[in-house]
Design a protein around this ligand. Structure first.
Ligand SMILES: [Fe+2]
Length: 261
């Protein structure tokens, strides 16, 4: 299982407050079957001031502590980039992608995607990046009209959903929206978005529910296959759920079949 969104790099955003906490949470995650994780710290300079060098320094320190303590989890660098007119610039300057891929985890105003949302996304697409909207189910415009999620996908934007949303952690409307997105195939990644909180098993709880109510295949795609495609920088199919049309047996006979058949 691969967690593609969590805030476990210490003292860099509103996530983990210490290396000890990070190590404790990562150990519990590993015990729960998560063997890889992207440490997606918020990139929002007005709120969290750090540069890429400091991120890398902390990342390497945490990685070596994880190895030293024998915790069986592979860490990948990453960011949750708050979209604004400078985003392309920042991505190119500081390499704000997920691992070494072209995927970029983005977030925006939950109360309403700003008017310049697409204007800020298109330059990313034109330059070969693959934007993933973080916790898509939490945006008011998607909660009010889940079909808006599909419109984002039609513009080549991938969608990530939070395990906690599936479980009702953000309220009933977010919970319902998350299930609609899952059922329709309008979700590409299921992640913890863990801010160093316990319990850490929300991801496995959500997975068990999805296995029960949808199927195991969906879980495999959202927590293993698609995340692996990010690591390998392969193109995840945007529309991976296809409605099965009723099968028609009567095929149009050809000229020769009409004569000889
Ligand atoms: Fe997050």
């Amino acid at each position: 299982m691969i967690d593609t969104h969590c805030h476990l790099l210490p003292q860099i955003d509103d996530g983990s407050t210490s290396f000890e906490t990070s190590l404790e949470i990562l150990r519990l995650m590993a015990e729960d079957g998560i063997n890889q994780a992207f440490l997606t710290s918020h990139y929002l300079p007005s709120l969290y001031q750090y540069d890429r060098a400091l991120y890398d320094e902390k990342f390497e320190e945490l990685q070596s502590k994880v190895q030293k303590e024998g915790i069986n989890i592979t860490l990948h660098p990453g960011f949750e980039v708050f979209l604004n007119p400078n985003t392309l610039n920042d991505i190119e300057r500081f390499n704000l992608t997920l691992g070494t891929s072209h995927y970029v985890l983005i977030e925006s105003d939950l109360n309403g995607l700003p008017k310049d949302f697409y204007e800020n996304v298109y330059p990313l697409l034109r330059n070969g990046y693959r934007p993933i909207l973080a916790h898509a189910e939490r945006y008011v415009s998607i909660m009010n009209k889940p079909h808006n999620a599909k419109l984002l996908m039609e513009k080549d934007i991938y969608l990530q959903i939070n395990a906690g949303s599936i479980l009702g952690q953000y309220g009933e409307k977010v919970r319902q929206t998350a299930w609609v997105l899952l059922n329709k195939g309008w979700a590409h990644l299921l992640s913890s978005d863990n801010h160093a909180q316990k319990p850490i098993n929300l991801l496995t709880q959500a997975i068990n529910l999805i296995k029960e109510r949808i199927d195991e295949h969906t879980v495999q795609l959202l927590t293993q296959d698609f995340p692996q495609m990010i690591i390998d920088d392969e193109q995840i199919p945007l529309f991976y759920v296809y409605v099965q049309k009723p099968h028609h047996h009567h095929h149009q006979k050809t000229f020769w079949e009409r004569i000889f058949g």
